[in-house]
Design a protein around this ligand. Structure first.
Ligand SMILES: C[S@@+](CC[C@H](N)C(=O)[O-])C[C@H]1O[C@@H](n2cnc3c(N)ncnc32)[C@H](O)[C@@H]1O
Length: 241
C-alpha cells in the first residue's frame, strides 16, 4: 500500500477509470451540497471566496466556476499541478498551497466557504490533527461562512486513530482513519463552527448512499446589531443529525 501522497500523486497522473457510476452520483450530490452551502452562507457563487482544503486534482473546480476567489490546499504536489492545468483549461484563476491543510501557511482570507470533500478521514489520525483543521477553517471564514464536506459514517469508530486500508476501484488505495463524527462535531463547536446540516448522499431520487454523509458547519459567531451573539447550542449537537 502506498502513502496517501504517493497514491494521490499517482492518481493525478493516471486518471481513474473505474467506479464511474458511483463517481457521477457523488459529483451530483456534491453539486447539491455546494448549492445548500451557498444558501446557508447567504451568498452567490459570483461573490463566494472558496478555500478548498485537501482539494486534490481539482475534482470540484467545475462546480465552482465563477467564484470570486479559489485557494486549494493539498499534500500531493502533482495533484496541485493537475488542478492548475485543469483550471487553466477552463480559464479559472486559482491559488494553491502545498502542504498539510491543518498546518500549511494558508492565506488568512476571509473566505465565505471552506471545503473538505472526501478527505476528513485523513485528519482523524489524531484529535489534534482534526482540531487544527477545524481551527484553520473557522479562523479564515467570514461570519456566517460555512465549512462543507463529506465523511464516511461508521457506527462504531473506536475513537481517534483507528486506521484501515481503503480501496475503491482505482480511485482510492490508501490508509484512512475512521471519523469519530460526534467528537468532530463537538470539536467544531469549540472552534466556533455549528453543525447546520448532516445527511446521507442520495445517489438516486430514492436511494441513499448510507455510508457517505454531506455536512455543513457554519461560523457560529454572528454580529447582531453590533453585538456578537452565538447560535443556540443545539445547532452544535447531535440533535441536528
Ligand atoms: C479523495 S481525494 C479528494 C479530493 C477533492 N477534495 C475531491 O473531492 O475531489 C483526498 C485528497 O486529500 C488529500 N490529503 C490527504 N491528507 C491531507 C492533508 N493532511 N492535508 C491536505 N491534503 C490532504 C490527498 O492528497 C487527496 O488529494
Amino acid at each position: 500500500m502506498m502513502s496517501s501522497v504517493a497514491h494521490y500523486n499517482r492518481v493525478a497522473c493516471i486518471a481513474p477509470v473505474q467506479c464511474m457510476e458511483l463517481r457521477h452520483a457523488h459529483r451530483a450530490c456534491k453539486r447539491h451540497l455546494l448549492q445548500q452551502a451557498l444558501l446557508c452562507a447567504r451568498t452567490s457563487m459570483q461573490r463566494c471566496r472558496v478555500l478548498d482544503l485537501a482539494c486534490g486534482r481539482g475534482g470540484d473546480l467545475n462546480k465552482l466556476v465563477g467564484c470570486s476567489r479559489y485557494v486549494g490546499v493539498d499534500t500531493a504536489n502533482l495533484a496541485l499541478a493537475e488542478l492548475q492545468r485543469r483550471a487553466a483549461e477552463i480559464g479559472m484563476c486559482v491559488e494553491v498551497v502545498h502542504g498539510d491543510a491543518a498546518h500549511a501557511p494558508v492565506p488568512t482570507g476571509p473566505f465565505d466557504m471552506a471545503l473538505c470533500m472526501f478527505a476528513l478521514h485523513y485528519f482523524c489520525d489524531s484529535k489534534q490533527h482534526v482540531q487544527a483543521l477545524l481551527q484553520c477553517a473557522s479562523a479564515r471564514l467570514e461570519q456566517g461562512g460555512v465549512l462543507c464536506g463529506t465523511f464516511e459514517r461508521h457506527h462504531d469508530t473506536g475513537g481517534w486513530g483507528v486506521a484501515h486500508h481503503a480501496v475503491v476501484g482505482d480511485c482510492v488505495d490508501a490508509l484512512e482513519w475512521r471519523v469519530p463524527w460526534d467528537e468532530v462535531v463537538a470539536l467544531a463547536w469549540k472552534a466556533g463552527l455549528a453543525l447546520v446540516r448532516c445527511e446521507p448522499f442520495y445517489v438516486t431520487d430514492r436511494e441513499a448512499d448510507n455510508s457517505v454523509y454531506g455536512f455543513i458547519f457554519q461560523q457560529a459567531q454572528a454580529q447582531c446589531c453590533g453585538r456578537k451573539r452565538t447560535y443556540a447550542s443545539t445547532e452544535g449537537t447531535r440533535d441536528r443529525h
